[in-house]
Structure formats: structure tokens, C-alpha cells
Design a protein around this ligand. Structure first.
Ligand code: ADP
Length: 500
């Protein structure tokens, strides 16, 4: 037989072309004999399995087959011997360093020019990434399926493209009923323009978050929902639609309504309470004032040696206490009605403090110490500041039942005067500090050892703040407390005005 040299040249160049394709392929391409001996091994196979061409050729194909899959190879060879190709056979292969790699195999028989099968060629694709994507998609699908929120997707023209189980439950339509239908199916007629706004935002690439609105169920029920809508992008990043997550907020709305109702009720009750305090204080004021007057008259009429004189004095003391309580109640109603009047005048707060402590020195065994500069002038309501001092000193005595020292410090800087009243009494635990200056707040005292109504500190705070100052406390349970207040001093121009 005469062989045409052109045919030889053609067949040689074809082989060279195949060799170039195989060697530059991104996928491993290998071939083996029917006994499983490797006969070719391209660079991609080297990269994937770690064996070089020299190491692999002549070796058994089983070097890349996990032990538990060796039987698979027998089956593949059987099929190849009978001339059957395999396409996309998914299995696992192992690398030189023992890692398992999920692969897809395409196996074809290798035949001689006479058509005799002498081996097989394999194109191997690493499908780890593909498997990861599939896995991720399955996880996402499960999340969407099991979500309590309705998750719906739609095209830019508003056509529904997916509808999860929660959407079926929330809106009453099955997925098959709504796919391809327009989203306006669940939008109330008077809210249709919302859809134009949402799509407008989506087209701009914006997310619409926590958009509270109403949608309609299949039975026509209005459902208050909170919507979060995000653009859906295709692989090239082009916006092709929107995904909507809808949360049923019926409960939130009804609990909000309940809260509002409760708030309104509390406000009404609080107003009633304020009105009651104001009325009670005014009703008490007149008889208490008269009683005080009568008692003083009576005191004047009986001789100090009379056996009833002591009784009358005790009555006067009690009525004084009652008068103070009534005055505190009146102050509270004035504060709450915004009617607490101040009569501002210049005075010396050191002199005032010294005056205030005189009566206390007579009635208590506590040591009262005062440490103050000679004089500090302030502008304020003398009687109201006296009330604050009396309340703090009175409390220091009341809440230090075992006695001890009551220290009064007055200090000043250019602008302010700092007054503190300290005691060595029962102290206040940290959890009560925040409530102290609120109306009627008293630290729980199960034995009710010290009487009071929790009005003094609240009134003191109001008075100090109305003077542009602040009041504060530091305390340690069982060791004592320090109440401090700061007031602005009389300014030079105020002093000048007063002097002229
Ligand atoms: P009252 O003394 O009439 O109850 P206050 O408003 O003056 O009202 O005081 C509120 C509460 O603060 C008191 O009931 C008491 O529990 C606590 N308190 C005030 N001053 C002191 C103090 N110096 N030491 C310990 N606790 C105090």
C-alpha cells in the first residue's frame, strides 16, 4: 500500500493540535489502559491531584481513587470494554496529599485504527465550587421556606416570580395561584401608588426598609405589615426585580394601641391625682390656719404655770407639723401647675444658714458643725432657700437616729456657691438614688421608723433648679449621706443695681 505523504503530514499536525489542546486544557485529561494503567496525564491533572506526569504514567489509576470507591473503577472499565461512554459521572477522587475532591468524569473508550478498544480517556472536572453553590442555594431555599416572614420576589414590572410558604399563610394564596400575577393583587386600591414609589427606589438600586403599610389577603382581610424591599441583581449586576420581606405587625400595632390607651388613662388619673392634691391642700389650709390661731390665742390666755400649758404647747407643735405638710402639698400642686412663685432679692446665704440651724441646735443631740466663709451673697428667694436648707438639715437629723455629726460646708468660686449637708446616718442604697428627687418617693422602710411623705427633696430640687442651680446626693448605706446643692452667686452687675 502506498501512503500519501500529505496524509501523514495531516495526521501528524492533527496529533500535535490535540496534544496542544490537552496540555493547555484547564481540566485534567488522562488516559489509561483497560488494566487501569495510566498512559497520559496532562498539566491540569498534575495541578489537581498533585502527581507529576512522571509519577503518574505507568502507575495504577487507583492512586487517585478513594478505597471505598475502588469497585466503581471495575464497573467503569467493564462499561468501557463494551464500548459505552460515560458523561458527567459524579464521584469523588483523592489527591496525592489525601484530600477528597468531588469531580465529574466524562469517560470515552480509546480505540485503535481498527476499532479495537485499548483503553479509556477521562476528562475530569473539579465540581467542589459548583457543589458549594448548590449547597448554598439549598440552604437559602430552606431559610426562605422556613421563614416566618413572607418572602416574595417580583420582576420590575411587578410580576410575582416567587412566593414562600409564609406568604401563602399570610395572604392566603398558594404559590401556583400567584406566580406570574401582578403584585397589585395584594395591594389595597388606595395604596397602589406605593408600588410606583417602591419600584422607583428599586430601579435606583436603593433598599426600602421597614416600610409600614397594609396589604390585603385573599379573603379581603387588611394585614398591617412592615416591608423591606431590596433590588434583585442578575449575574452581570443588572437589576431585574425586587425581593420583598413582609412582617405581620398586627400584634405590634395592637400592643401599641393598648400602650397608647394605657398612657392616656394614666395621664387622666395623674391629672385627677394632681387636682385632688391641690383641692385637699386648699381645704386643709383654712382649718389648720384657724386651729393654729386659736391655739396661740389659748396659749396667751393661760398662765405658763397652768397644768394645761404643756398640753397647749404640744398641740401647737403638732399643728405646726400639720401646717408644714399642708404647705408642702400646696407647693407640690404649685410646682405641677407651673405656679411656684419666687421672690428674688439679694441675701447672705451664710447668715441664713446660721439662722436656720439655731432651732435645730436646741431640739437635737446631733453635733451640728458649720464650715463657711464669712459671707456669700446670692440673688434668690430667701424663704425658699431657707426651706431647702431646713429640709436637708431636718432629713440629716431624721435619718441619723443614732446621732453623730451633721456637717454643713459652704464654699464658693467666682460664680457659684456650693452648699453641702452631710450626716452619719442610715445612708441610701444606690438603687434608690435615682428616684430620690421625684414626688412622693420614699426609700422602703418596712418598720416605718421615720415618718414622712417624700415631698421635701422633690420641692427642694424644684426650688434649686428654678434658681438656675443643681442638687445632688452621694451616699453609702449604713454610713451616711451628703446632699449638695450649687447656686449661682450674685453677679457684679446685680450687686451694682442693688446698691444704687
Ligand atoms: P421625707 O423625708 O418626708 O420622706 P424627702 O423628700 O425629704 O421626704 O426624702 C425622700 C426620701 O429620701 C426619704 O423618705 C428617705 O428615704 C430618703 N432620704 C432623704 N434624706 C436622707 C438622708 N439624709 N439619709 C437617708 N435617707 C434620706
Amino acid at each position: 500500500m502506498v501512503i500519501d505523504p500529505t496524509t501523514i503530514l495531516l495526521s501528524e499536525s492533527k496529533q500535535a493540535l490535540f496534544a496542544a489542546i490537552v496540555s493547555s486544557s484547564e481540566n485534567p485529561i488522562i488516559s489509561k489502559t483497560l488494566d487501569g494503567i495510566i498512559t497520559s496525564w496532562n498539566p491540569a491533572a498534575h495541578r489537581l491531584f498533585g502527581y507529576s506526569e512522571n509519577e503518574a504514567i505507568g502507575n495504577q489509576i487507583s492512586i487517585i481513587i478513594p478505597e471505598d470507591r475502588l469497585a466503581e473503577e471495575e464497573f467503569i472499565l467493564e462499561e468501557i470494554r463494551s464500548g459505552k461512554p460515560f458523561d458527567r459521572f459524579e464521584t469523588v477522587r483523592k489527591t496525592k496529599d489525601g484530600r477528597s475532591i468531588p469531580v465529574s468524569l466524562t469517560i470515552s473508550p480509546v480505540k485503535t485504527s481498527e476499532g479495537r478498544i485499548i483503553g479509556a480517556s477521562k476528562i475530569i472536572r473539579d465540581i467542589s465550587e459548583q457543589n458549594k453553590i448548590v449547597e448554598k442555594q439549598a440552604i437559602l431555599a430552606a431559610i426562605v421556606d422556613n421563614s416566618d416572614d413572607a418572602i416574595v420576589s417580583k420582576s420590575l414590572r411587578g410580576m410575582i416570580t416567587s412566593w414562600n410558604k409564609a406568604a401563602e399563610k399570610m395572604f392566603g394564596y398558594r404559590e401556583a395561584e400567584v406566580l406570574g400575577k401582578h403584585i397589585s393583587l395584594i395591594i389595597p386600591a388606595d395604596r397602589l401608588e406605593e408600588e410606583d414609589y417602591i419600584i422607583g427606589e428599586i430601579i435606583k438600586g436603593n433598599k426600602v426598609a421597614h416600610f409600614e403599610t397594609i396589604r390585603i389577603s385573599k379573603e379581603g382581610k387588611e394585614i398591617p405589615i412592615s416591608l423591606t424591599i431590596s433590588p434583585l441583581l442578575n449575574e452581570s449586576g443588572v437589576i431585574i426585580g425586587a425581593s420583598k420581606i413582609a412582617r405581620d405587625i398586627s400584634e405590634k400595632i395592637s400592643s401599641q394601641k393598648e400602650k397608647e390607651q394605657l398612657y392616656r388613662k394614666i395621664k387622666v388619673l395623674s391629672r385627677k391625682k394632681d387636682a385632688f392634691i391641690a383641692m385637699a391642700a386648699h381645704e386643709l389650709k383654712t382649718p389648720v390656719t384657724s386651729l393654729s390661731g386659736f391655739l396661740q390665742l389659748l396659749q396667751k390666755q393661760i398662765s405658763p404655770d397652768d397644768k394645761n400649758s404643756d398640753l397647749v404647747q404640744r398641740c401647737i407643735n403638732r399643728v405646726e407639723k400639720l401646717t408644714m405638710l399642708v404647705n408642702d402639698l400646696l407647693d407640690i400642686s404649685r410646682i405641677q401647675g407651673g405656679k411656684l412663685q419666687l421672690r428674688i432679692e439679694p441675701f447672705d446665704i451664710v447668715a441664713l444658714t446660721e439662722e436656720v440651724i439655731v432651732p435645730y441646735r436646741h431640739i437635737t443631740t446631733h453635733q451640728i458643725e458649720i464650715n463657711a466663709p464669712e459671707s456669700v451673697r446670692i440673688m434668690g428667694d430667701r424663704m425658699r432657700i431657707e426651706q431647702v436648707l431646713a429640709n436637708l438639715i431636718g432629713n440629716a437629723i431624721k435619718y441619723a437616729p443614732k446621732g453623730g455629726t451633721i456637717g454643713i460646708e459652704i464654699a464658693q468660686d467666682k460664680e457659684n456657691v456650693f452648699i453641702s449637708v452631710s450626716d452619719e446616718g442610715i445612708g441610701i442604697s444606690p438603687m434608690h438614688l435615682a428616684g430620690l428627687f421625684t414626688p412622693f418617693y420614699r426609700v422602703a422602710d418596712p418598720e416605718n421608723r421615720v415618718s414622712g411623705l417624700g415631698m421635701g427633696l422633690y420641692i427642694s430640687k424644684e426650688i434649686v433648679e428654678r434658681h438656675g442651680g443643681t442638687i445632688d446626693v452621694t451616699s453609702q448605706s449604713g454610713r451616711g449621706s451628703v446632699f449638695k446643692f450649687i447656686l449661682p452667686k450674685q453677679t457684679a452687675s446685680e450687686k451694682e443695681n442693688c446698691d444704687s
